[in-house]
Design a binder for this molecule. Structure first.
Ligand SMILES: [Zn+2]
Length: 70
């Protein structure tokens, strides 16, 4: 009997809650509304991209060193 064990992590789709972009495995963010449309909601993982973090949570971005405190 062949049963493929698949890591659920392989199917996690990381979605930025700020701009709705999707993160690829190599850390790039891209617009993929068609991908989100075909992916079941339960495997969406909400996260935030660095750009939205800078915009929405500048203090956190400063801590991360992404931007400088002004
Ligand atoms: Zn974003």
């Amino acid at each position: 009997m062949h049963e493929k064990t698949q890591n659920p992590k392989d199917f996690m789709v990381r979605v930025c809650c700020g701009c709705g972009r999707v993160r690829s495995d190599d850390g790039q963010w891209f617009d993929a509304p068609e991908l989100l449309a075909i992916t079941p909601r339960e495997i969406h993982t909400h996260t935030i991209c660095s750009e939205c973090c800078v915009r929405m949570y500048p203090e956190f971005a400063i801590k991360k060193g992404w931007i400088k405190a002004s």
